[in-house]
Design a protein around this ligand. Structure first.
Ligand code: PSU
Ligand code: MN
Length: 307
């Protein structure tokens, strides 16, 4: 794997293959790379092509992942499979962070991270005979954040997830959660969740200082930087709750589980909430890429300054 010049910024590809509809996904992927370049950083979109884990996909490779239906969603446990079988794949937050860190990249921008899924009360009651098996669906993104030292810039997590449980998980596993210009953990389409972050940072330099302190202490975790959706694109919270309730109920009656659950919920939510949620999704992704590029630049300055 190649080592990247500073300041580099990693971008994921599951959001391209599974998180947004075509052609918005392709336009967005190319636009994010442009935003990063305009901010003076080098974009590296991560994905898997014919079994090769690529940090810095070409335009043609990004097009391929955006256009091809049913590209495999590659989380950590899928890595040996796609490599051995020489398959194509879209990397999640977990595998993008893993690959980017191995390539020497210190900052990664995405939309929303995976987390602890909500579990319906009915499901819990029906499955009490399997008490040992009854754990919630927890994204591989979370343990990755606990063990990979990289800055992950996101808009929090979608309220399709259990946000309090997700934050508890991060606390237990030592992941510092930063609110960028906010004291609250953002809920993707909404700027606030009512849940506090661990620390607020208002500038890229403050984020860079937190990351440097974390590295100097030898802590193994990621620094999770959460940026609220730009105010003009925020959706009314009530509208989201209705759509989320319906999507979760449908997932349950259709028996959608495992890796299919998140893409199913994302697709249903965007169908149910229409244009407004798509616009919010695109706006926050662009905003996160811009903020992350500034953080990458601030980190690179620090490194030069220390030499
Ligand atoms: N949340 C979103 N959009 C996304 C995802 C999550 O709002 O596109 C994607 C990310 O790639 C994330 C993955 O890493 O879903 C998490 O999937 P799972 O819950 O199956 O781990
Ligand atoms: Mn899962």
């Amino acid at each position: 794997m190649i080592s990247y010049p500073f300041p580099a910024l990693a971008l994921e590809s599951t959001v391209i293959s599974h998180g947004l509809p075509y052609p918005h996904n392709l336009r967005l992927a190319l636009r994010l790379e442009e935003i990063v370049r305009e901010a003076g950083a080098e974009p590296a979109t991560v994905g898997v092509i014919a079994g090769e884990i690529i940090v810095g996909l070409s335009r043609e490779q990004i097009e391929h992942l955006a256009i091809t239906p049913n590209v495999r969603k590659v989380s950590r446990r899928d890595l040996p499979i796609v490599v051995a079988r020489k398959l194509d794949g879209a990397t999640t937050v977990a595998t993008t962070a893993w690959a980017a860190h191995r390539a020497g990249i210190q900052v990664f921008a995405t939309g929303g991270i995976g987390g602890v899924h909500r579990i319906s009360t009915e499901y819990a009651i029906r499955n009490t005979q399997y008490t040992n098996l009854l754990s919630t669906d927890i994204s591989a993104d979370l343990p990755e954040l606990a063990q990979t030292p990289i800055i992950v810039v996101c808009a929090g997590a979608k309220a399709i997830l259990d946000l309090p449980a997700t934050l508890e998980w991060l606390e237990t596993h030592g992941v510092t959660v930063v609110g960028y210009g906010t004291d609250e953990f953002p809920a993707f389409y909404n700027r606030s969740s009512g849940l506090p972050v661990d620390v607020r940072a208002d500038t890229p330099e403050e984020v860079a200082a937190l990351f440097r302190a974390q590295r100097a202490l030898g802590l193994p975790a990621a620094l999770l930087v959460t940026v609220p959706v730009p105010p003009a694109f925020e959706l009314p919270a009530g509208q989201m709750e209705t759509a989320i309730g319906q999507a979760l109920a449908e997932a349950e009656t259709q028996g959608v589980r495992g890796k299919a659950l998140t893409p199913f919920l994302l697709a249903r939510i965007s169908e149910l909430t229409g244009e407004a949620s798509l616009r919010a999704n695109l706006a926050l992704l662009e905003n996160n890429a811009a903020v992350a590029a500034q953080i990458a630049a601030a980190l690179a300055c620090g490194i030069i300054g220390q030499r």
